[in-house]
Write a protein that binds this ligand. Structure first.
Ligand code: SAM
Length: 162
């Protein structure tokens, strides 16, 4: 099975956040790395496959401007509801991150992928993903990839991993 909007919408419409296999109450490890970046406050971060992660609130509280992407409108709507008025400051991109962007998106200082790239299992999708990354990243920006290790789980959310 491929990573599709239907697949992910079904997951997000049936399970509350704390029941998701990748749920974290706090993004401790990610923040440990991001806190090493100079000028984090005021920077612009792109989160591909942002899901419903609390990293969103954690970055907002550090003054980071967010561009949130997900293939699942259910996931993005859940976050919009959670954030209330704060959601107005965010740029929302609901699409497959392997496909070219339809709208113009601000250039970004940070790209934070937590458990998304590994769902792209064919070369064209992986190329599309990196074309998008290259088109948005400012020179001197930072990209963080947190994926399963090669000896880790071979499946997540019922999908095969790369
Ligand atoms: C394992 S979850 C991780 C969610 C989030 N990054 C986190 O740290 O909690 C994978 C997320 O990627 C999204 N996703 C999967 N394939 C995608 C794709 N091709 N384009 C955009 N988002 C995708 C899913 O909807 C889901 O929200």
């Amino acid at each position: 099975m491929n990573s599709s909007s239907e697949h992910w919408d079904a997951i997000f419409s049936h399970a509350e956040d704390s029941k998701l296999g990748w749920y974290e109450k706090e993004s401790t490890q990610t923040l440990k790395l991001l806190n090493q970046i100079p000028n984090l406050e005021g920077s612009v971060a792109f989160l591909p496959g942002s899901g419903t992660s609390v990293l969103i609130e954690e970055l907002l509280s550090k003054g980071v401007n967010l561009v949130l992407n997900d293939i699942s409108v259910e996931a993005l709507n859940r976050v919009k509801e959670r954030l209330g008025d704060k959601s107005e400051k965010i740029t929302w991109i609901c699409q497959d991150i392997a496909q070219p962007f339809q709208d113009s998106i601000p250039n970004v200082d940070l790209w934070v992928d937590r458990a998304v790239l590994h769902f792209l299992t064919n070369e064209n999708d992986i190329k599309g993903y990196f074309n998008n990354l290259k088109s948005l990243m400012k020179i001197g920006g930072y990209a963080l990839f947190a994926e399963f290790s090669k000896t880790g789980a071979r499946k997540c959310a019922g999908l095969k991993l790369h």
